[in-house]
Design a protein around this ligand. Structure first.
Ligand code: SF4
Length: 197
């Protein structure tokens, strides 16, 4: 086995333990904290129960039960979609956002800040690994809007090339269930091809 695979296994186990600790501190289950984290990052195409089911690979029934607990505890609120009749968007209440303060994600962020490496390069490598594993597992790839193949930057702002809708700036740094990987850059030709005389 590649030693990197073992490192990833250890990191995954440590993060899962941290999620369990965060949840226990607030009298919640790990899936409750994970859904709160997800909703804090999801864009307006993805803050929906069906997207939560896709993201975590859980049933709609489990999502309904999870959301019922989070709503009852005042951590999540529903907002009707202005254009699509029955659709409701899910968002964190101030109490829900407070649960995520000092969470495992902040601890990982501060540990990353101590490493003598380029966090963007590490992020690119991990994203590539994630997309590859999601393909192998037949799962939907979720990714940050600005890094999507459909993302269009226009003089008056950003636009989704898939739906044709304009994108508010805050939405472009969130994750989306419709995300598609950028096509791989063509391999460089032999030296000399790049700079024809
Ligand atoms: S550009 Fe991609 S990630 Fe952004 S909203 Fe459109 S489909 Fe989603």
């Amino acid at each position: 086995m590649n030693p990197t695979s073992l490192l990833l296994e250890r990191l995954g186990a440590l993060i899962q333990q941290s999620v369990r600790d965060d949840a226990a501190r607030h009298g919640l289950l790990p899936i409750h904290v994970q859904v709160l984290h997800y909703l804090s990052q999801a864009n307006s195409y993805s803050d929906l129960p069906i997207a939560i089911a896709d993201y975590f690979g859980i049933t709609r029934g489990t999502v309904s039960q999870t959301l019922a607990v989070l709503e009852r505890k005042g951590l999540v609120a529903k907002t009707p979609d202005a254009r699509h009749g029955k659709r409701v968007h899910l968002g964190l209440t101030p109490a829900g956002a407070a649960v995520l303060e000092n969470s495992w994600a902040e601890r990982v962020d501060s540990a990353l800040g101590t490493l003598p490496l380029d966090a963007a390069l590490l992020g690119d490598a991990l994203r590539g690994l994630l997309v590859a594993l999601q393909r192998i597992n037949g799962q939907h790839a979720f990714g940050v809007c600005r890094q999507c193949a459909h993302f269009r930057r226009e003089p008056e702002g950003a636009r989704c090339g898939l739906t044709g809708e304009p994108l508010a700036s805050a939405q472009t740094v969130r994750i989306c269930r419709e995300w598609s990987a950028q096509p791989a850059a063509p391999a460089a030709g032999p030296a000399g091809d790049e700079h024809p005389a």
